[in-house]
Each structure stands twice: as C-alpha cells, then as structure tokens.
Design a protein around this ligand. Sequence first.
Ligand SMILES: [Zn+2]
Length: 364
Amino acid sequence: MDSGVFPDWLSMVCLLTPGQRQQAFMALGLAEANDASDEDAIALVCSLGEAVGFAVAGCEEAGREIVGQSRPGVLKTVATTLTAAAQGRVETRGCPYCDEKNVRPWGRASNLPRYRCSNCRRTFNALTGTPLAHLRHKDRWPDQAQALMSGESVAEAAARCGVAYTTAFRWRHRFLVAPALDKPTRLVGIVEADETFILESFKGRRADLPRASRKRGGKPKKTGLSAEQIPVLVARDRAGTTIDGVLPKLDRASVTAVLAGVVTSDNEVCCDGGKAIAAFARAGGIPYHVLPKPGRPKPEAPHLHINNVNAYHSRLKEWLRPFHGVATKNLTHYLGWRRTLETIGHTGAPGLWLSRAMGIGAYR
Ligand SMILES: [Zn+2]
C-alpha cells in the first residue's frame, strides 16, 4: 500500500464493528501466516469467518480417541476427525460459499469426503475456508500437532514432519491462525488482570530494521520499561478461563479493546494498580481492587490477589524462552498457542489440536 494512503486506512480501524474487526484480525493472521504472495489467503479470509463458526462434538471425541494409538490408528483417527468435521459443517453451515443447506455427498478428494452445493454447484470439503485448506501431506499433520504440543522449534518440527523448514514455518502459523482467535466471550466472577512485557522483535525481517538487530532474542538496551517492551495483557478468572491481547499502547483504550464485553460490571477485577486496567474498570463501572503487593493478599481478604495471573505470566515467559525471541508481528499466534496448551495440555491429543487448527475451538 502506498505509504501516503496507509495512515488514512489505519485511521478507519476505529470505525470497524466488532465483527469487522474479527474479520480484519483473521485477514492479518492469514497474511502473516502465508505471506501476501499466496493467492489463496485472500479467498480463505473471505470464508474463514463463517467456517470457524462450525463446531461439532464428534470432532472433539475423535480427537480424544487419538491418545495412545499406533500410527495407523492415529491416521485413521485423523481421517475420522476430518470426516466428522465435514459432516458437522455440512449440517450446521451448509455450503461455505453461499450458505445453501441443500448439499449432497460428491465422492472424495484429497482423502476427504467432498460435497456439492445444489445452489451454486461448487464442491467443497471439511477444510474449505479454514486455515488448513490447500495444505498438503495430511498424514503428517498429527506430527505437526505433536510439534505444537511439545513447543518445538521450526527446525525440530520440520525434522519431525519430514518437510522443508519453510513448510514447517508456514504450517506452524497456519495451524495457529484459528487458536489465536479462539478467545472466551465472558469471564466469570473474580478476574485477575495484569500486564506483562515481551521484548520487541523483528525476527525474520531482513531489511528496514528500525534499529540494529539483537542476537538470539537478546536483551533490551534500557533496563525497565521502554518502547522495546511490548505490553501484553492477560486476564484470567478463577476457573482458569483466560483472555489475552497484545496492547498497541499501555492505555485504557487498548485494554478496553481486549476486555470489552468479556469483563463487565458482573465481575470483580483484581489488579496491581496499573493505570490502564484501573481506568478500564472505572469507565465500565466494574468493581476493582488494587493490590499493591502481588503475592501478599490482605489477611482480611485472602481471596483478592493476582497470583494466578502472575503465575500464568511466568509460565508464558518460561515457555517462550527457547524460541529466543518471537517476532512481534506473530506474537498473537504465540499467545493463542500458549492459551491452547493451557486448555488442552502438552500431551496426548493431536486430534484436539487438529480440531483447534481447523477452527473448532473451545469458544467458537
Ligand atoms: Zn453454494
């Protein structure tokens, strides 16, 4: 885009409805995942918003069954998972192109049941319009899911899946588009909210760096907070339901963009006195408690603390450490990756990961 036009385009972002914002997030996510050169990205984005809305219990069950299976068993379960997704999608969404419900089986293609729409006459399968559409080597997807569960580097994932490094990188980010968007729409009861900071990184960018590059993640030039530190907000209720977001700025508007509608006056917010979160709570009429000493709740109110959200921060940063810095532009993918790990664990359910990657999330 022309650099003169870009500021105007950017200034229109505040006019977007929540639904449009979601679509824009998806568009950006896919663009990052697959680079602008992939022609399919645009087409995928158009239908992804609809596609990620389908959910099917059969997929989750098929995903759970994968635990402890041999490789042929795993492959069979992957096929079952994909087939269940196809059936569930046909039942709930109909045609991904025109929403027509009258569709019928139309053989198989790429190892998946295919359907044909009676209205627009186009054919589709379970993956049409999802971030996994057009990715090949489905038999290796369980390995990719395992690589995500184990938090492996791109090189390790490439070796595990037997694919090129660039393919493993593309797979990683395609598999993370949907989990990054799968966020709770409500938190319940007491909510602990706090921000943490992650070092800005231009990893992967080879030109136009705004500063000299750091080696392997590196250290910030200045100690304490600076523009090099990217604020990340995490809010977590006592049931462990978690929402997070990268904050463009540490201010009320940015916090509101993440928490609006999710944390309301029905909740009670515990925070450490950071101005942005307190300002968000005040503006929304949300009761909030400022806890000046994290980890040391007052004896008269032992339940008011932010220990859980701080523990989450610690786990997040510890888990990020082996990546030696993640590109800031991909940070939302890593946050979604971590949230998914916290929800479904590090072991045993590649099928669940596949479901998540297909947009069948816990909240969608
Ligand atoms: Zn159609």
